[in-house]
Write a protein that binds this ligand. Structure first.
Ligand code: 1PR
Length: 568
């Protein structure tokens, strides 16, 4: 088989390349129209926006050769945008036309009853009752990340519905999770990010007999009526804070309220409250990432908490870590820390987009932005104020890291990590954050009783407070185009006291994008608690996993016992 891989230049497609490598397949990249003639099998793993993908294909002279390739009857496998491009059009960019093979439009999800993007692991209901399922099975979950979908709508689009191979439900909407006809196969979900279940699909497609993949006439399909249900699972995310220790080794560390050094004994032997000991070393990042993948983590985060100012970007140790981790891990991988405009040691300027691009090419699926997100929202609000406008109506000017990266790679690839700290005030507080106050309860911690607090944003890993509240930041980054929020809590980080449900509820009220609750997990029950109280989509922990106190499967079991959907 001469397997080709279509990359139009804007996609973070390294994950699929790693999957093919893992399955033992060699492939070549399509770099010019002629390559379509050489290919006997083609995979197109598009990510990002529909319009940019179509534009890039046109600009590189690849759109018409792609159409001809598909018409020739040779096997085609499109993933996400690679599937969407088969349709007529997308409301994401109405002026752009797709290949029009499937006669229906791609439309945006409604966010009235749910978070958008649809991000996470959902189930598929297969429609073919007599054909092989191409590795897809009803009991597995697959990783989706998209804001636009092709509705499964046999009444209005009967011809398009004939393409449906599997459907998925999100909220009240039923959409095509995969399509199949003759030589064409496409999945809306990402098999390359769907763990073993996804690798099985890629492997099944690659090992199908040539005749079957090229759509040789077969008996007509017998379609069953779909019976999907919203099977979106709650995601469990394992986070690794990575930095160099005093010996210069890159280690996974973990702080208490962001302090990652051991508490050093004082001369008298008593434990000091301020720390000056060694950086805590909880293991090697790539080995831990592989361990958490095997243990069933739904997503992994690598946070670069050392700035490595002295090495050129391409030699940054974290890039090598991401590259090596991505070869072992087939669930989504987020990298954070230092995603900003940067000046190299030789004076070369690199934009945040270039920095992100480097990590995407190394195999990251999302980048996480913290400090720069705060500065961007502050600037957006300041400009509005200067123009005499309401700060809440402020809009971005297209130049922030969030905007530039979301435009190129899609909003699903941009996570904002928030590091808020509680600011306690008296109950009769009349300051600017009055509307956002949370009031202490009698059954709360002692310091909360008779007090109220608001949540202040910080930058530089909690080292600097900023005049911005967590609600202002959350609304601002959603407007700028972030696809997800990781919501840390400096007060709870490393304490094991449980997630800060007040904080999570507050942010949930302010945005519709998915939220990952973070900081403070001390037991499996804490995950159940935060999902039940707030309905957030995901929860993240670090310390309890690194120290082996709680196993990821134990958390999943606790979720199932509480009737919360979890991926086994
Ligand atoms: O500002 O864009 O360069 O990003 C820096 C990133 O590094 C931010 O996302 C910030 O949260 C993170 N960071 C900076 N300093 C520290 C530190 O610990 N000294 N890590 C740090 C913060 C917090 C969580 C942690 C959860 C769960 N880590 O990621 O994993 O609190 O912990 P737990 O389960 O043990 O309670 P930029």
């Amino acid at each position: 088989m001469c397997l080709y891989f279509l990359d139009y230049g804007a996609g973070n497609v390294q994950s699929l390349a790693n999957s093919l490598k893992k399955l033992g397949y060699d492939f070549q990249w399509v770099t010019c129209p002629d390559d379509f003639h050489k290919a006997t099998s083609l995979i197109f793993p598009g990510v990002g926006a529909f319009g940019s993908a179509v534009d890039a294909l046109v600009a590189k002279g690849l759109l018409e050769p792609l159409r001809e390739y598909i018409a020739s009857g040779k096997p085609y496998f499109g993933i996400c945008i690679g599937m969407q491009v088969l349709f007529q059009s997308s409301t994401e960019n109405p002026e752009k036309k797709g290949l029009g093979l499937i006669p229906s439009p791609i439309e945006e999800f409604s966010n009235v009853d749910k978070s958008v993007p649809h991000m996470g692991w959902n189930a598929c209901d297969l429609l073919d009752s007599d054909k092989p399922a191409e590795g897809t099975d009803r009991s597995s979950h697959y990783y989706f990340v998209h804001s636009y979908r092709a509705a499964y709508d046999p009444s209005n689009y009967p011809e398009a519905a004939e393409w449906a191979h599997a459907v998925t439900q999100y909220g009240q909407e039923i959409f095509m999770a995969s399509v199949r006809k003759a030589n064409v196969f496409g999945t809306q979900f990402h098999p390359e990010k769907s763990g073993d279940a996804g690798l099985k699909i890629i492997s099944a497609w690659l090992s199908e007999p040539e005749l079957q993949r090229s759509g040789a006439p077969s008996t007509p399909r017998v379609l069953r009526t779909p019976r999907p249900r919203d099977g979106l699972t709650k995601r469990i995310v394992a986070c690794m804070d990575v930095r160099s220790n005093d010996e210069g080794d890159l280690v996974v560390t973990k702080g208490d309220q962001y302090d990652v050094r051991e508490k050093a004994p004082s001369a008298a032997g008593a434990v000091q409250t301020s720390s000056s000991g060694a950086v805590r070393n909880l293991g090697k990042p790539v080995a831990l990432a592989a361990k958490y993948y095997q243990a069933g983590a739904d997503e992994l985060c690598l946070m670069n908490i050392t700035s490595f100012r002295h090495s050129p970007l391409r030699d940054q140790p974290m890039v090598a870590v991401v590259r090596a981790a991505a070869e072992e891990v087939f669930v989504p991988l987020t990298i954070g820390g230092g995603i900003k405009d940067t000046v190299e040691p030789d004076g070369t300027r690199r934009s945040a987009l270039e920095v992100a691009g480097l990590y995407f090419r190394a195999g990251a699926d999302k980048v996480s932005i913290a400090s720069e997100a705060v500065y961007a929202v502050e600037q957006m609000r300041r400009k509005a104020k200067e123009q005499g406008l309401n700060e809440e109506l402020a809009l971005g000017d297209g130049t922030s890291a969030i905007e530039t990266i979301a435009r190129a790679y899609g909003r699903q690839a941009v996570v904002v990590s928030i590091d808020p700290r509680r600011v306690y005030v008296d109950l009769d507080y009349e300051g600017p954050y009055k509307e956002e106050l949370v009031f202490g309860r009698e059954d709360g911690e002692e310091k909360e009783r008779g007090k109220a607090w608001w949540y202040q944003c910080t930058v530089r890993g909690g080292r600097e407070d900023r005049p911005l509240s967590v609600s202002q930041l959350a609304r601002g980054v959603e407007k700028l185009g972030a696809g997800e929020i990781v919501l840390n809590s400096i007060d709870r980080d490393g304490t094991g006291k449980g997630f800060d449900a007040d904080l999570v509820q507050l942010v949930r009220k302010n945005v519709r994008i998915p939220i990952v609750a973070s900081s403070g997990a001390g037991s499996a029950a804490h995950f159940v608690d935060i999902f039940q109280k707030t309905g957030v989509e995901a929860a993240l922990a670090a310390g309890i996993f690194h120290r082996g106190e709680v196993d990821i499967q134990e958390v999943k079991q606790a979720l199932s016992n509480a009737d919360l959907n979890a991926r086994s």
